[in-house]
Design a protein around this ligand. Sequence first.
Ligand code: IPE
Ligand code: IPE
Ligand code: MG
Length: 263
Amino acid sequence: MSSTSDSELSGHILPELIPQHVAVIMDGNGRWAKSRGLPRLEGHRRGADKARDIVEWASDAGVRQISLYAFSTENWSRPDIEVRGLMALLATLLPKQIPDMNKNGVRLKVLGDVQALPGMARRAVLKACEKTAGNRKIDLVLCLNYGGQQEILAAARKLAISFKQGEISDEALQALSPEDFRNYLWRHDLMPVDLLIRTGGEHRISNFHLWDMAYAELFFDETYWPDYSREDFLRALHVFVSRERRFGKTSEQVTSNKAQSSI
Ligand code: IPE
Ligand code: IPE
Ligand code: MG
């Protein structure tokens, strides 16, 4: 992470305008490989290299949290050989990344049902989380065996059990706010997603971060994930900055709030 890349990457964006939490649907590995006559797993291998790169670009730009969608709850229905290949890739590549993560201040967190992963992959992930827990420059949230609906359902179930056991009163249940409900999600230490980037040309969410993307800005890129570049990422940041986030208010309210806060 050089200082020249710092200034290049900020690309004249004020630090306070940089999205705090960027979520990425790294899509297009299979099509990238197919278009070159390569096996799908080669696409995933190249995709894994790119995952390492984007963490560096995001960190240089001042992003605090980056979520990477690596394996969805629905991805189990892929051919067995691909699922096993992806898990093996994770188990072999992640341990090699630990020294670099420590050097670059990357704290790994995992989001999803990790317990259901094959032993080798689960152990590699948990070990990397443990070994990088002291880092503070950027959080890398690896979303593995993750599904947004499953996360919300698990939260509702936890809430129902708390109510049944008398830990929550009738009144508290009636008064429960979205912020309170958030505490029942798998991870409540994440920031709301500011910017979602999906590569690979599909325009959908595919069960990613449903709760935390309520007000995310969505950015879709045609590029297949293994071809994604620093310039592509910069473009997404610039588009994000050019958007007006209104959170339900009118444009005039947002403009006058901004003017007041800069006095
Ligand atoms: C995304 O790439 C990676 C994972 C889902 C693991 P794909 O494998 O979905 O690539 P395409 O969409 O088939 O090209
Ligand atoms: C979403 O991509 C999941 C990941 C990138 C891990 P998919 O390729 O699985 O999504 P769909 O099936 O095209 O919606
Ligand atoms: Mg895909």
